[in-house]
Design a protein around this ligand. Structure first.
Ligand SMILES: CC(C)(COP(=O)(O)OP(=O)(O)OC[C@H]1O[C@@H](n2cnc3c(N)ncnc32)[C@H](O)[C@@H]1OP(=O)(O)O)[C@@H](O)C(=O)NCCC(=O)NCCS
Length: 185
C-alpha cells in the first residue's frame, strides 16, 4: 500500500512508510493523554502516570519523539533523556509502536530521529527484559546500522531491585558511534 507524505505547518519533517503516512516530531504537552493511551496498549511496557507522560512530553521533549498519523493519533512514541553528568549518552526510557504499525521500521526510524537531533550523543543506553524479542531485535539492528559495539549487563535485578515482582532489566549499551554511520534509514 502506498502512502502520501503528510505536510502541515508544524511539520518538521515528513516521512512515509508502507503502513500509513506519519509525521515525526518532538512531543508536546497536549500529547500527554495520547501517549498514556498508546503505552497502555503496548504491552509489556509499564504504564506511568499521565503526569509522568506530561513531563516526558515537555521537559524531555528534545530527547523524545512522537509519530503522528494524519488523524492526530499517535502511531509511535519514544521517551528518552540524557544521562545526568553524561551529555554524550542518550537513555531510551520507553519505545511504543502501535500494533498495526509494527515491523515496518517505525521504531528504528524514531530512534534515529532522536539521534539526529542530538549531535553530541555517542552512546545509547536502554534496558530490556530478557524475553522481549522485538525490543532486542530493534536495538541490535540499530547497533548494526551504527556499526557500534553492544555491551549488556543486568541493571535492575528481578530479586535485588524488583523484589521478584518484575523480570530483570538488562542494560544494553550501544556505542561509541558517529551518527553518519547510521545511514539514511
Ligand atoms: C519493540 C517495538 C517498539 C519495535 O517496533 P517496530 O516498529 O515494530 O520495530 P522495527 O520495525 O523498527 O524493527 C526494527 C528491527 O527489529 C526487528 N524486530 C521487530 N520486531 C521483532 C520481533 N518481534 N522479533 C525479532 N525481531 C524483531 C526487525 O526485524 C528489525 O530488524 P531489521 O532492521 O534487521 O530488519 C514494538 O514491537 C513495540 O512497541 N512493542 C511493544 C512495546 C515494547 O516492548 N517496547 C520496547 C520496550 S522499551
Amino acid at each position: 500500500m502506498s502512502s502520501a507524505a503528510v505536510s502541515t505547518l508544524t511539520t518538521r519533517r515528513t516521512v512515509s512508510v508502507p503502513v500509513a503516512p506519519f509525521e515525526l516530531r518532538a512531543p508536546r504537552s497536549t500529547d500527554g493523554a495520547l501517549i498514556h493511551d498508546l503505552v497502555r496498549r503496548c504491552k509489556p511496557l509499564d504504564e506511568n502516570s499521565l503526569y509522568c507522560n506530561l513531563i516526558q512530553a515537555t521537559h524531555f521533549r528534545e530527547t523524545s519523539v512522537a509519530a503522528e498519523a494524519p488523524d492526530g493519533n499517535l502511531l509511535g512514541f519514544i521517551s528518552g533523556y540524557l544521562v545526568p553528568d553524561r551529555t554524550d549518552t542518550l537513555f531510551i526510557w520507553q519505545v511504543a509502536v502501535s500494533k498495526d504499525a509494527r515491523g515496518m521500521g517505525l521504531g528504528k526510524k524514531m530512534l534515529k530521529d532522536i539521534l539526529e537531533r542530538s549531535p553530541d550523543v555517542r552512546y545509547l543506553h536502554t534496558t530490556v527484559t530478557p524475553d522481549n524479542d522485538a525490543s532486542w531485535g530493534m536495538f541490535r539492528s540499530l547497533a548494526r546500522d551504527l556499526d557500534a559495539p553492544v555491551h549488556t549487563t543486568v541493571m535492575f535485578d528481578s530479586e535485588a531491585h524488583f523484589d521478584g515482582r518484575h523480570d530483570d532489566e538488562v542494560l544494553i549499551q550501544i556505542g561509541p558511534f558517529e551518527l553518519d554511520d547510521a545511514g539514511a534509514n
